[in-house]
Design a protein around this ligand. Structure first.
Ligand code: HEM
Length: 506
């Protein structure tokens, strides 16, 4: 028999064997068909979480897309999220290397964007000790209380004139005031090199740049680079980066000038003292890039998520007067009506406020897509094969609205958290505002304290109403953002003093 006849005879056999083996071995997740080079990018609108939400309703909770030429698996169910973040946490806990994250992390010398390994572990340990430890939290308590007083004083002024307050501005100043004082040892209200307005602008600009997909990362080498340069994306990014570095350098110089770096009173001073000193930890050595990388994380990850959550909470409360009334009555009945100041002990007593915050996290998680992960080996999720080096995006926005997990998912109903063990701490995969597993948010306890404190001050001391002529139906719920998703139209409300507080002086 000639080779040709032999091949003709064996070919159908090969096909049967291949078919038998391949579906189980190579079962990739389903997904929409993409176009050459751009993949599925043409199917995305202005808000990525919302585009991925719509696509996942059609293609399922484990969906394969291509961002340009890069394979990306999008996870949109509690079960699949649990498999990634718990069962396969160790195989998926690195971050992809991208141009934007590389720049703003000072060449991956931070915690949030750096790859899994010794540097990440040591940085996380160091910042855990110098910023997040219970001991540090206790010693910074006076800062949180001073900033709370300032917030109440500012809003009280508006009650006298019956003018509306831009809550975004007030709460940004409150949150950034706390975080920059305790991490950077710097009160930006007293700085001569920057003011709070510009800090706010810079946070937004930085976030937009980090959250925008750069073509260099997703298009074939050379082509993406060229598009980023021609479109001006690269130069916009460099401009914001140089403003950010300038600010950080000012803060560092101030520490060095005043010998503040020797007292270990804040994260910057502690790290400055360690720079270039041997650490006895393998090859790990702290450099000034590590310091700026961490400053960049506090700047990016720390401030906006809290402010955004407080704004969405106040928005939902003003849209739901029944919940607002019940919450304020419970808070004032629990704390009494003659407190001069909210303390951190008070935070433990207000159960309904915690449910309101959980419900806000469910509907409006500030980071609706967790930071991207990258598979470090081949894994299986919900029976689908996910090859090594696949990017994984977890869409917690979709999970928070999944009718399989939540009754009437689109309704704002804090009572759903009554008598349930579900919380946001990373063990319940239907509610993941801080992520879960090794790469979950290390600032969770601090973030929660700040946002509970901010909200409790607003709700205990003031009643809130919409500006004259505006009704609930006029409240715009449009979203905006790239990494963190905020309410697009600023929330402006009119504060008044409750009758029992009218004669108080703040
Ligand atoms: C309400 C407040 C906050 C929310 C909702 C929040 C949310 C998140 C989320 C969703 C992630 C990504 C988790 C993942 O990819 O699985 C994250 C990571 C991170 N957050 Fe937060 N965060 C908050 C406050 C803070 C604060 C106050 C800080 C620090 C001052 C902080 C520092 C970080 C860092 C460094 C990471 C990266 C962790 C890593 O990759 O290992 N966050 N946060």
């Amino acid at each position: 028999m000639s080779i040709f006849l032999c091949f003709l005879f064996l070919f159908p056999l090969f096909l049967i064997i291949f078919k038998k083996i391949s579906p189980s071995k190579m079962k990739l997740p389903p997904g929409p068909t993409g176009l050459p080079i751009i993949g599925n990018l043409h199917q995305f609108g202005r808000l990525l979480h919302s585009s991925l939400h719509k696509l996942s309703l059609e293609h399922g909770p484990v969906m394969l897309l291509r961002f340009g030429v890069v394979p990306v698996v999008v996870i949109s169910s509690k079960e699949a999220a649990k498999e990634v973040l718990k069962t396969h946490d160790l195989e998926t806990c690195t971050r992809p290397k991208m141009v934007t994250t590389g720049l703003f992390s000072y060449n991956f010398k931070d915690i949030g964007f750096t790859q899994y390994g010794e540097d990440w572990r040591e940085m996380k340990k160091l910042v855990g000790l110098e910023l997040f430890s219970p001991k540090k939290q206790k010693s910074f308590r006076y800062i949180r209380e001073e900033e709370s007083d300032l917030l109440v004083k500012k809003i009280s002024k508006s009650t006298q004139t019956q003018t509306q307050v831009d809550l975004g501005k007030a709460l940004f100043s409150f949150t950034a005031g706390i975080l920059f004082r305790l991490a950077f040892g710097q009160n930006f209200r007293e700085c001569d090199f920057i003011d709070m307005e510009r800090v706010e602008e810079l946070v937004t600009e930085t976030e937009t740049n980090v959250g925008t997909l750069a073509f260099t990362d997703f298009f074939p080498t050379g082509l993406g680079w060229l598009i980023d340069r021609l479109s001006g994306q690269r130069s916009r990014m460099n401009k914001v980066f140089s403003k950010l570095t300038n600010l950080f350098q000012h803060v560092i110089d101030d520490h060095l000038k005043t010998e503040q770096h020797r007292d270990h009173s804040d994260l910057i001073s502690a790290m400055l003292d360690m720079i270039n000193k041997p650490t006895n930890i393998g090859t790990f050595k702290i450099t000034s890039d590590h310091l700026k990388g961490v400053m960049s994380n506090v700047f990016l990850a720390g401030v906006n998520a809290g402010v955004i959550t407080m704004i969405w909470t106040m928005t939902e409360l003003i849209r739901h007067p029944r919940v607002m009334k019940k919450l304020q009555e419970e808070i004032r009945a629990t704390l009494g009506s003659n407190k001069e100041r909210i303390t951190e002990e008070d935070l433990q007593k207000v159960e309904y406020l915690k449910m309101v915050i959980e419900e806000t996290f469910r509907l409006h998680p500030p980071a609706p897509i967790l930071l991207p992960r990258l598979t470090m080996s081949d894994i299986k999720i919900q029976g689908y094969n996910i090859p090594k080096n696949t990017m994984i995006e977890i869409n917690i926005y979709t999970i928070g609205r999944d009718p399989k997990c939540w009754t009437n998912p689109d309704e704002f109903m804090p009572e759903r958290f009554f008598n349930t063990s579900i919380n946001y701490k990373g063990q319940h995969f239907e509610l993941l505002p801080f992520g879960a597993g090794r790469r979950s948010c290390p600032g969770m306890a601090l973030g929660i304290t700040i946002l509970e404190l901010g909200l409790l001050n607003l709700l205990y001391f003031f009643n809130w109403s919409l500006p004259d002529g505006m009704t609930i139906a006029d409240i715009d719920m449009e979203e905006v953002g790239a990494l963190n998703i905020a309410k697009k139209i600023p929330l402006e409300l009119v504060p008044t003093l409750p009758s029992s507080f009218v004669n108080k002086k703040y």
